[in-house]
Each structure stands twice: as C-alpha cells, then as structure tokens.
Design a protein around this ligand. Structure first.
Ligand SMILES: *Cc1c(COP(=O)(O)O)cnc(C)c1O
Length: 371
C-alpha cells in the first residue's frame, strides 16, 4: 500500500521562495540589507513584539541573549532537560551553569513547581521551552520569575505563531528565540530570530551579531559575525506569509490523524491545554514503557520516520559530570515517540502513519502479555 518513505520533515518551499532568493542574488546586496530589516519587522508584528533581531541560527540567537543580559560565569539558568541540546549548551557557551528541571508528563513542557524548587541565589533566568510548539505554562512561570527576581526567557524555536491566552508566544518573557531549521514549521535553511519589547536589549543584540560595530569600523563591544544573510531573510518573508496556512493545515491534519488513531489505552495522543494553541511542530505520542521501542522499529522498517524528540539533555556526555537525575524525564524518554507531521502530509500518508502505529502498538502489547 505504502510506496514512498514518509519523512519527518518536508519544508513547504517552492517557486515563491526560489524567486525571492534569486531576486536577492541579482540585487547584489547579500547581507546586512533591506530584506533582513523587512523580515524582522514582519516577524515582530506577527508576534506582537516591539523588536525582532535576526541571526544566523537559533543557537547563536540564544547565546546572544545571555551575553546581552550579562549572564556568565557563576550564574545559573534553569532549563528543561526534555529539549534540543542547544537550549542547554548555549548556557555553557557563556560560561554559566544550566540547571535541569523536570517536565510535565502530558505536555512535556517544563514543570513550574519543579522550576521553583531549583531556584537558588545564583539563578539569573528561567527558560520556557515550548515543546513541539505547545506553549509552556507562561503565567505560572512569569509569576515564579517575578517573585524570585529572575528573568523569564522563551525558547520558542518550535513555536512560530502559537498562542497562549489569545496572544502569540514571543512576548511573554524578557526575550524569546525562534529557529528556522528545516524541521521547524517555517524555515530559512538555517536562521534564528530574537523577539523582545526591550529596546536596549534589541540594540545590544544588533551590536553582538555584527562585530560590536555601531558604525563602520567602530567597535563598541566584543561582537561576533552572527548575521542572517539577505537570501535567508527573503525566504523568511515568504515563509512567514505561509505560516497561517501551514498552521491551519496542521490543525486539520491533527483532527484527521486523531480520528484515524482513535483514543484508547494503547497510546496517549498529544495534549493541548484549553487556553493555548498547538502548532504541532512535533506530533508526539506516548506509549507504555517497553512498547515504544518496538513501535519505533516497526515504523522505521515500514518507511515511516519516527524518532525520540529528545534524548534528555542531562544524560548527554557533555553534561553528565554536572547533572542530577531527573526520574520523570528519564521515564518519559522511554515512552515518547514523534511521528511525521510536516505540513504536506496527505490523508493517505496520515492513514498509513495511523495504521503503522496501531498495528505496531497492538502487536507489541500482545507480545508483552504473552511471555
Ligand atoms: C531547533 C531548536 C533549537 C536550535 O535552533 P537552531 O536554529 O538549530 O540553532 C533550540 N531549541 C529548540 C527547542 C529547538 O527545537
């Protein structure tokens, strides 16, 4: 029935992006130009923030936030472990110490109660990662940050256009980072953006990404070359124009996949809190322990690319020396599995995914109950 492999990512990129990039190439201005400025403006207004600053990628954007806020050696930053590695390695890059917190077992988002318990006199910031794009508990996290006198930051790498209580993410903390790698809902190949309402912070971020240069060959601070190219920015403008349609398609595909998978006791479907929207950058199911691995193997064998997003950061060799154990996160890492959910999936492909998941889960449970 199923012929072609179903990939995890398939960017919605076509002629419009190709034309926009070609126009930039022929214009002669390849970096530091009007396309970047326009992309930043459109991105800020789409997310309801005063400023947006574009970067070469999301990881350096996050690192630039820490530098700009003066976070460094001796400081602690609370991050979830259930995230992409650079949420935590960007803290290391500035010499600060990432303190890993647990996540909630249904949304996989950072657990406010656990965050509160990990704040010390050295804590400077909390990072709310919006797992799969589904907004974290921003009200509770804001309150914890405010009462502890620390900054709330958003790792919104996966959450373009996601809403919390009717407002897009990106403006709930002091700054937020968005990424544009090809697995995200919109892409520029590589790319990142910081949104903020703090004009001074935005200004420092602009200096940091461009050699600390306030005017030609005048370098105020130690900076970097972390610029986004004009080609990326031009592509980003087109992608941003497609964002609402992509989110709408994903919403419809979620309803369809749910109807094919059917709720039962074989797996848990993605959870969306009533006061937020889910942009489904990831579509993450949860299986009983022992079932997940055989479902993953069986899907991969049938050409459906399924993966654990993410192997916990605190267990990675780069962090093993300094990390404490996180029983909830470690248990979830044996239960979670993300299946393909890019915006171009057809109904036939969604049906194939549902069939693959159901039959693998049923046969794995059968094997478990028959020793
Ligand atoms: C993608 C991602 C990043 C890193 O962004 P890059 O643009 O790849 O550097 C950081 N955090 C999370 C949660 C991500 O999903």
């Amino acid at each position: 029935m199923q012929n072609l492999p179903i990939r995890l990512a398939s960017p919605d990129v076509g002629d419009e992006e190709a034309e926009a990039v070609k126009a930039v190439l022929l214009s002669g201005v390849l970096t530091n130009g009007p396309r970047t400025a326009a992309f930043e403006q459109t991105f800020a207004s789409r997310h309801g923030t005063a400023h947006a600053v574009a970067f070469a990628n999301g990881t350096v954007a996050l690192t630039a936030i820490y530098i700009a806020l003066g976070i460094g050696p001796g400081d602690e930053v609370v991050v979830p472990s259930m995230t992409f590695i650079s949420t935590a390695t960007s803290v290391l890059h500035v010499g600060a110490h990432p303190v890993f917190a647990e996540v909630q077992p249904d949304t996989f988002n950072i657990d406010p109660a656990d965050v509160a318990a990990r704040i010390t006199s050295r804590t400077r910031a909390l990072v709310a990662v919006h797992y799969g794009g589904h907004p974290a508990d921003l009200t509770e996290l804001s309150e914890i940050a405010r009462s502890a006198g620390v900054l709330l930051l958003e790792d919104a790498a996966q959450a373009h256009g996601a809403e919390y209580r009717g407002k897009p993410v990106g403006g709930f903390g002091h700054a937020a980072m968005f990424s544009f790698t090809p697995t995200k809902n919109i892409t520029t190949g590589e790319g990142g953006v910081v949104t903020t309402n703090d004009a001074e912070l935005a200004q420092t971020l602009r200096l940091l990404r461009n050699h600390g240069q306030s005017r030609l060959y005048h370098h105020d601070i130690l900076g970097y070359n972390w610029r986004m190219t004009e080609m990326q920015a031009a592509m980003g403008e087109i992608q941003l124009g497609k964002l609402d349609a992509i989110l709408r398609r994903k919403h419809e595909n979620d309803l369809y996949l749910r109807s094919c998978l059917a709720e039962g006791d074989l797996y848990q479907l993605p959870v969306t809190r009533a006061d937020r929207t889910h942009p489904y950058m990831l579509y993450t199911l949860k299986f009983p322990a022992g079932v997940r691995d055989s479902v993953m193997d069986s899907l991969m064998e049938s050409g459906i690319e399924a993966r654990l997003y993410f192997p916990p950061a605190h267990l990675q060799p780069v962090f093993r020396q300094r990390a404490h154990s996180l029983p909830v996160t470690e248990r979830l890492a044996a239960e979670m599995l993300s299946v393909p959910f890019h915006s171009r999936l057809t109904h036939a492909e969604l049906e194939a995914i549902a069939r693959g998941v159901r039959s693998a889960a049923e046969s794995a449970r059968h094997h478990q109950s028959v020793p």
